[in-house]
Design a binder for this molecule. Sequence first.
Ligand code: ADP
Length: 269
Amino acid sequence: MAREIISLNSITFRYPGGDHDVLKNVSFSVQEGEWVAIVGHNGSGKSTLAKLMNGLYFPDKGSIQIVGISLEKDTVWETRKHIGMVFQNPDNQFVGTTVQDDVAFGLENHGVPHEEMVKRVNRALKQVKMDDFLNQEPHHLSGGQKQRVAMASVLALRPDIIILDEATSMLDPTGRQEVIGLVRSLKEEQEMTVLSITHDLEEAAKADRMIVMNQGEVYRTGTPREIFELGDELVQLGLDLPFYLKMGNALKAQGVQLSGQHLTEEELV
Ligand code: ADP
């Protein structure tokens, strides 16, 4: 049976000096090998969840377990080893002057021996299909390629979990597809656990499960199919429905019967 790799139990959190709780009694878990998407309108608390899971802040109430380790001030370096974070702006994540230097950087910091480092850099760049770009300058790559290199840097450190915090939101449609395709292959072929934080429901539709946040609370969790059944309720939560759902709703409003009552899995992915 799959084990619980992330577990948040009744988390309440307020930023230091803040005037309200930005997370209220939030509980959810992620199983090993699962891809979970956290969605919600701006300010609903998604990025704060990522900051808590990465130990940048600690909850006022409740507890967090990462790979079975209770996340506390004195375990944060241990739990961080298991998590790779990828952020919104790929340009802010580069430190090397070439793609391979960039991926090697984190490994150097971890004191990985040179021979092992070369192997890991090559493997990680193969995983993200960027092994033809070893000597390119990261800043000359497309947005999607940059995010793939950022993901290679994370993968080289061999985390158990990848957390993507709006990692596709600055990309053009091609770049977004590249990154989403890569996430899917990491999950399917390499059994990585993925937590993607996004306001893009089309991206979230590809996940195994979705968590809908609203005003610092978990509003609903379910498979993408279950969540999309909420229809206009999602619009009221400030979420932008995927194009095909908008089309379906527009057709229904005009009395056009769709072939099936519900979208098939194929249509959702
Ligand atoms: P989301 O990622 O869903 O857009 P955030 O987690 O960034 O939401 O923000 C949740 C709430 O926390 C918002 O009301 C936001 O203004 C507040 N917030 C975010 N970062 C800070 C901070 N560093 N200090 C104080 N309040 C913050």
